[in-house]
Design a protein around this ligand. Structure first.
Ligand SMILES: [Zn+2]
Length: 351
């Protein structure tokens, strides 16, 4: 037996967890009367290892709310949902579990997004991403072998939302110092978040290699972020100016990005604007093998420059965004030239 069952407890949004190289096989004892939400590839990799047959298989094709409702209406009665795959398959499973009040078993096939530990399901309504409902995996199944069927850089991408603690906590401190923090500042939340960042730094080789310990470190990091952010009711320690650059670029270019790499680019650029050890965090991202360079993302220098020139107006227009270094330090052409120094625009694109 090469798996272990545990109960993380606390406000992790995970009721129980099964981790190991044969975690999938352990599901034989858990699953009965269940519906699978998945996609073709992960299901073909996992189905032979699960010793039970589903009552129905729902594929995550469209995430538009009306289509999801139709899909759910047609699904047979069941007592459990097995959400198996990447972000979309997991979000479909969360949505179904929430709408029908079913037990949710979540099996991520890649760690590139944190959908497998967050409570709300990310779906689309008239094309816009909205977060609805609430679902808690019971259990969350972390099968290292299944995760290693994904390209290793994709699992490494999962650290993007952990490394963002570097810039986000700095932004929160700037907001506090300026008397503009939207939430009561918490020294202890910032301290605990930075310990998560240290954990990533210590495990960087294991994470790059996608070893059991490295994959587990990413999952544990997410649970620790939840323990800080769910009781607080906001993600201030993990989200700040580095995400705002990504939002601007997404609106400007009107195409989706892999979350970890684009957040990584934001960390590189905004840590430089913050004068917050950019060399250290960029070096760490390179050691981890996170493809965060503008070239990896297909973003050229004129585009990134234009985005940065527009960034302050963009965040001021968006009233839901918090006070960050972007409000504090104007991005002149001169300064942009400096913060982009050393970034690679010529590496091949990742997608
Ligand atoms: Zn994020």
């Amino acid at each position: 037996m090469s798996w272990k069952r545990s109960e993380p407890g606390g406000e992790t949004n995970v009721r129980a967890m099964i981790c190991g190289t044969t975690a999938l096989e352990s599901l034989e004892n858990e699953l009965e009367d269940f519906i699978v939400t998945t996609m073709e590839l992960p299901w073909s990799l996992a189905r032979g290892r699960i010793g039970a047959a589903p009552k129905a298989i729902l594929y995550a094709d469209s995430m538009e709310r009306d289509d999801l409702e139709l899909q759910i209406e047609k699904a047979p009665p069941a007592s459990m949902v097995l959400a198996l795959g990447g972000g979309r398959a997991v979000d479909l499973g969360k949505y179904l579990a929430w709408r029908r009040g079913l037990r949710l078993v979540t099996v991520p096939s890649v760690l590139s997004v944190d959908a497998f530990v967050t409570p709300a399901a990310g779906i689309r309504q008239q094309g816009q991403v909205v977060y609805v409902g609430e679902a808690t995996p019971d259990p969350l199944v972390i099968d290292y072998e299944l995760l290693r069927t994904a390209p290793s850089w994709m699992n490494v991408s999962g650290v993007g939302d952990l490394l963002s603690i570097h810039t986000a906590t700095h932004d929160w401190e700037l907001a506090r110092d300026a008397g503009k923090s939207e939430y009561p500042f918490s020294e202890s939340a910032v301290g605990r978040a930075r310990l998560i960042l240290n954990g990533v730094r210590e495990k960087r080789d294991a994470i790059r290699l996608n070893s059991d310990a490295g994959l587990q470190a990413i999952v544990d990091g997410y649970l620790q972020v939840n323990e800080i952010c769910l009781p607080a009711g906001h993600y201030r320690v993990e989200e700040g100016s580095e995400h705002y650059l990504f939002y601007e670029l997404e609106e400007r270019l009107r195409r989706p990005f892999m979350h970890g790499p684009i957040v990584g680019l934001g960390i590189a650029v905004l840590s430089a604007l913050q004068e917050n050890d950019p060399e250290g965090v960029v070096g760490l991202m390179r050691q981890l093998g996170l493809p965060f360079e503008p070239g990896h993302l297909g973003i050229d220098r004129p585009t990134l420059t234009a985005s940065l020139l527009a960034l302050r107006d963009y965040v001021r227009r968006r009233e839901d965004l918090w006070y960050t270094v972007i409000d504090e330090r104007p991005l002149s052409e001169d300064r942009i030239h400096r913060v982009l120094e050393g970034l690679d625009f010529d590496v091949p694109r990742i997608d």
